[in-house]
Design a protein around this ligand. Structure first.
Ligand code: PLP
Length: 400
């Protein structure tokens, strides 16, 4: 039995089985390549689920973390810390929003955003039982509050009634949203590009319409940019592409490029809803996590990552279109920047498993969509190699 095999067996023995894991233990990474314990190399087009935007073993990023380890890892939020202040300033200045609360994950960023909207409404009228409008096929995380606005029975099953009241409307259907508005609605939450739900970008008119509804009712618009934010779609924040501003934005995934960190970001109006005592976290925004965030912003700026995403994203789009022309089983292809999805006429699990064997890491979004969320530093050459392996894999799987 190989050392890798042994770890997989011990993993099954000791880790709670909430995932059916692929049979691999990744041990290290370099650039856009991963290496498993047996020394096999893989081209990575998943980035640890849209997280590792800078690629692995990025020298400057690693140095920032090592420096911070030697200074201090944690202080709690009872005190100020330097990296958190620097990181928050960078988020505020790049987003044009007002205040930042750091969390440890995406789901916690959503929890905070929801609390902001509830409190904002409660301050105007404490007498109501408030609810959210969320979207069908959305994904916002696994904690009870985030789960309550996740419009997918698959994730909610076994945990209903969920904590918070939410009604669901069809994404990109403004009339449906309008029909669900009541005097109990305290906020509308949606992803700018639905990720887990299958890579569906919002229509510009839809986001504009949501903004108008929220302004008219004086309720908060929450954009979940946990997956589509941080440059992935070809602008630093996906909503910038639409010219529509949220009242609260949730970030995570690529925000720390591997260090567990998220944030919810409020505009001026929403900044006053939560006051001391309303919300907190022991770890959130600790110096280690925010040193990562701060350096990520510096590296993005120095390397103009966003322009790069636009260029290579277009190239990926073109190559995937060619693949779509070639295979009759591919029914659709959509996405923005380096967040793209290719839809098949059936399950893609076999393709993904076979691609892994062939040295390519890709993931699904839903059962019939392959999702491409590579490190943002990939080159056209990497795209060519990915297409070559995927093309070969599809042929091996019997597609034509
Ligand atoms: C991943 C994701 C989350 C949840 O983030 P976690 O860090 O897994 O808690 C929330 N919203 C969206 C859009 C996501 O893609």
């Amino acid at each position: 039995m190989s050392k890798m095999q042994e770890y997989m067996e011990r993993g099954e023995q000791y880790l709670l089985k909430t995932y059916n894991r692929f049979p691999v233990v990744f041990e290290k990474g370099d650039g856009v390549y991963l290496q498993d314990m047996d020394g096999k190399r893989y081209l990575d087009f998943a980035a640890g689920i849209a997280v590792f935007a800078l690629g692995y073993n990025h020298r400057e990023y690693n140095e920032a973390l090592k420096e911070q380890v030697d200074l201090i890892l944690h202080t709690s939020n009872l005190y100020y810390n330097k990296p958190a202040v620097d990181a928050a300033e960078k988020i505020v200045k790049t987003s044009g929003m007002s205040k930042v609360f750091f969390t440890n994950s995406g789901t916690e960023a959503i929890e905070g955003a929801l609390k902001v909207a509830r409190k904002y409404a409660w301050l105007k009228d404490p007498g109501k039982d408030y609810e959210f409008i969320a979207m069908n096929h959305s994904f916002h995380g696994r904690s009870q509050g985030a789960l309550s606005v996740t419009g997918n029975a698959h994730y909610q099953e076994g945990f209903v009634p969920v904590e918070m009241r939410a009604v669901f409307a069809d994404f990109n259907n403004l009339e449906d949203v309008k029909s669900k508005i009541t005097d109990r609605t305290c906020g509308i939450i949606c992803e700018v590009v639905q990720g887990e739900g299958g890579i569906y970008p919002a229509d510009p008119d839809f986001l504009k319409g949501l903004r108008e509804i929220c302004d008219e009712k004086d309720i908060l618009l929450i954009f979940d940019e946990v997956q589509c934010g941080m440059g992935r779609c070809g602008s630093l924040y996906a909503h910038d592409l639409y010219g529509v501003k949220p009242d609260v934005m949730a970030l995570a995934k690529a925000l720390g490029c591997g260090v567990p960190v998220g944030a919810f970001v409020t505009n001026e109006k929403a900044s006053h809803a939560l006051v001391p005592g309303d919300h907190g976290t022991t770890y959130g925004g600790n110096p280690f996590a925010t040193a990562a965030v701060s350096r990520v912003f510096d590296i993005y700026e120095a390397n103009d990552i966003v322009s790069h995403v636009n260029q290579v994203g277009q190239y990926l789009y073109q190559k995937l279109e060619e693949l779509k022309e070639k295979y009759s089983q591919i029914t659709d292809h959509r996405g923005l920047g380096l967040m793209q999805g290719v839809q098949f006429d059936g399950p893609v699990s076999k393709i993904i498993a076979k691609a892994l064997e062939n040295g390519l890491v890709i993931i699904s979004a839903g059962s019939d969509i392959i999702r491409f969320v590579p490190p943002l530093v990939i080159t056209e050459k990497d795209v060519d190699e990915m297409i070559r392996i995927l093309d070969q894999t599809l042929t091996e799987c019997g597609f034509h």
